[in-house]
Write a protein that binds this ligand. Structure first.
Ligand code: ZN
Length: 400
């Protein structure tokens, strides 16, 4: 066979993902679980998994990592990746797993299945079935036309909410997302206002548990967040006005916080001079301080915090919303860089319930990893440009 045809057949041309060489050698290991030192290691990959982590030794044919820093691929615990292009962009920035808490349900689900099927290079995606809230919105209804009556009327009542949860589960959702508070990203909604009631949220949690799933609650206001935690959600997304009572409850119940600080700066930027744009900008700026205070308090209490960007990995300004940006925001509120990296890897894996498979670097786990040039415990900006990204043992990025 001519060489070019062989290369095509093996998928070895530049730009396509290739299987990782068996040995990756000479890198400092940051295991993702918060281990304090970063020993020099060699790492062997086999069948998509980490087979061995060993002390450096001569290994002919190995890929030399040149003393860079190896860490788990990012797990973006809160994204809105919906398209194959967005999934690919996420992988290129080092995201090997993400939880999509999206609105346009069918697109995200289809993209997830395209990644599973090997048709699209992207991170592993765990996808919510839309956003269950009183105003379901047109994208949701277009995916679930049996709920057409909610085009004009709000979804309310525990039994009605339960029926929607069941339909979403039946479509193959990996996690359910509920609205405990109104949205912050629109000038026309008020994030200080509770949405679903305790009873409605409880109905969703019950249906999710029956299907061995869990629930993530979009919550800004203190009452909605408190009701969501009492109803048994696994995570509070955002958590802007979490009060001490709810934080104590989260601590007692092990509820995760995903503060999504990274999205706030683009939301706080001017986007035109319409009254709505200005209102949104001012409100976002006003939300920054309470949100940062809540994250600081949660961190001090030892509440598990996972890093999510709330980004869609689209073009333009949302390109700023990436895990390294969230890591920098967490450092700004008092995390050590290592704690912030752990929030974007191991803590996210625990939130998603996949820590036995990925989110840290140890033998037996999936080979989901990235290499950066400098020590990210000293210089987090190095995380913006991974030299190598490997997912399930396949090389997605190689700038070595
Ligand atoms: Zn979101």
């Amino acid at each position: 066979m001519p060489r070019i045809a062989l290369a095509l057949a093996l998928g070895l041309l530049a730009g396509s993902a290739t299987s990782a060489p068996q040995w990756l050698v000479h890198a400092h290991l940051i295991d993702g679980r918060g281990g304090a030192d970063a020993p020099l290691v060699d790492i062997r990959i086999e069948d998509g998994r980490i087979a061995e982590i060993a002390v450096p030794a001569p290994r002919p044919g190995a890929l030399d990592l040149r003393g860079g820093y190896l860490l788990p691929g990012f797990i973006d615990a809160h994204s809105h990746i919906e398209t194959p292009a967005a999934a690919h962009r996420a992988l290129l920035s080092g995201v090997t797993t993400t939880r999509v808490l999206g609105d346009a349900y069918l697109k995200a689900l289809a993209t997830r299945d395209l990644v599973h099927g090997g048709w699209v290079e992207g991170p592993e995606m765990l996808v919510s079935g839309g956003h269950i809230r009183p105003r379901l919105g047109e994208p949701f209804i277009l995916s679930f036309p049996q709920f057409g009556r909610y085009l004009d009327a709000p979804l309310e009542g525990a039994d009605n909410v339960r029926a929607v949860a069941r339909a979403v589960i039946a479509r193959g959702a990996d996690v359910l997302k509920i609205g405990a508070s109104e949205r912050a990203g629109l000038a026309s909604t008020d994030p200080r206002r509770q949405e679903l009631s305790y009873e409605e949220m409880r109905a969703v949690v019950e249906e999710a548990s029956r299907a061995h799933l869990y629930v993530a609650a979009h919550a800004h206001d203190r009452n909605g967040a408190n009701a969501a935690v009492r109803a048994g959600v696994r995570s509070i997304e955002h958590g802007t006005w979490l009060d001490d009572e709810t934080l104590a409850l989260m601590k007692a119940r092990g509820t995760f916080l995903v503060p999504t600080l990274a999205i706030m700066s683009p939301l706080g930027d001017p986007r035109g001079d319409s009254a709505e744009a200005i209102a949104l900008q001012l409100r976002t700026r006003a939300m920054m301080r309470p949100l940062r205070d809540a994250v600081r308090k949660a961190h001090a209490l030892g509440i598990p915090i996972a890093a999510g960007t709330d980004g869609d990995y689209g073009e333009g300004d949302s390109a700023r919303v990436r895990p390294p940006h969230e890591i920098e925001e967490l450092v700004a509120v008092g995390f050590t860089p290592l704690e912030a990296i752990t929030a974007a890897t191991w803590q996210s894996a625990k939130l998603l319930g996949i820590e036995q498979r990925t989110g840290s670097l140890a033998p037996g786990l999936d080979a989901d990893l990235m290499l950066v040039e400098r020590d990210p415990r000293i210089d987090t900006t190095t995380l913006y440009e991974p030299l190598l990204v490997v997912r399930h043992g396949r090389v997605a990025v190689n700038r070595l």
